[in-house]
Design a protein around this ligand. Structure first.
Ligand code: HEM
Ligand code: HEM
Length: 242
């Protein structure tokens, strides 16, 4: 079978930037001092992931064939069939996302949004959101582990290097099933919007007030504890001399 183009460039860029951003946010969130110089980057990376997610959701409706959510909305029958194929062999092949990964993908997108939203709400000072934020982060970590195990199992069982498909965008398939273009212009727009958003968040960050302003929207957001932050070990803004 020929190698055909399946995943467009915006989808692949989103994937690897999401993976990188998730790892960075998780490591800083877990290991960096909440009042240290690195921590604002935790929140800025999270807000950048939030913007990328919004763009990916739009692309899920208007993007190329296998990037569209409708192309990997599978019913329970297809999922059972997929796992049967993994266990006992056989099973049909899928050109785009397979039924095994489809639910994990929707869950990853939804939970990442929940983490970003709870992170924002917690910065306004809410214990509940703090709890949601940390539990959702570990749930996402567990999902990523399932995602990676799923990919390894698929690669062994079907002898198909799908990890490479997220890099090259190609898979073995019938030429008639290929997408027409990798959408390089959209990919450039995606990079520019994301870079503009990230640059604006960093530029607008004020270490004195621990606030930044969302580019274009002009909305100020509190990063880290606000005035009414935790008592006891809560630190006051005016002591911030980062
Ligand atoms: C995908 C993006 C993100 C991930 C994976 C993530 C993950 C985490 C993790 C693992 C922790 C440590 C939790 C704990 O120790 O219990 C944490 C803490 C925190 N995160 Fe995030 N986060 C993300 C995005 C954000 C965003 C967008 C904001 C705010 C705008 C934010 C604000 C915070 C704050 C203020 C804390 C400290 C909370 C505390 O007192 O424990 N995070 N995050
Ligand atoms: C080395 C690490 C990783 C590899 C090799 C990898 C590989 C892949 C592959 C091959 C697919 C397509 C699966 C299919 O055929 O259905 C995929 C999709 C996806 N992966 Fe990963 N992945 C990695 C890390 C991550 C991480 C850390 C995250 C999330 C934080 C993630 C989130 C996703 C999402 C959301 C999709 C769907 C992409 C889309 O259509 O937008 N991946 N990944």
């Amino acid at each position: 079978m020929a190698r055909i183009l399946v995943y467009d460039l915006p989808t692949r860029l989103f994937h690897w930037l999401l993976a990188l951003g998730f790892v960075l946010a998780l490591v800083i969130g877990q290991f960096a001092d909440e009042h240290g110089v690195l921590f604002p980057y935790h929140m800025i990376i999270g807000l950048v992931l939030g913007m990328m997610l919004i763009l990916r959701i739009v692309w899920g409706f208007v993007g190329t064939r296998y990037a569209r959510f409708g192309s990997f909305l599978f019913g329970p029958g297809a999922v059972i069939g997929y796992f049967k194929g993994i266990l006992i062999g056989g099973g049909r092949r899928y050109v785009g996302h397979n039924p095994g990964s489809s639910y994990a993908i929707f869950a990853v997108l939804a939970i990442t949004l929940l983490i970003v939203a709870s992170g924002l709400l917690m910065s306004g000072g809410g214990e509940v959101f703090e709890e949601v934020h940390s539990v959702a982060s570990y749930v996402l970590l567990a999902l990523v582990a399932v995602h990676l195990v799923g990919i390894i199992v698929h690669m062994i069982r079907h002898r198909e290097n799908i990890a490479a498909s997220m890099v090259t965008g190609t898979k073995a398939g019938e030429p008639g099933n290929a997408i027409g273009s990798a959408k390089p212009i959209t990919a450039i727009v995606f990079i520019l919007v994301t870079a503009f958003w990230a640059g604006g968040l960093i530029r607008n960050y004020n270490s004195g007030t621990q606030q930044t302003t969302l580019p274009l929207l002009g909305v100020a957001v509190q990063l880290g504890e606000s005035e009414h932050g935790e008592e006891g070990h809560g630190r006051r803004n005016q002591h911030d001399d980062d």
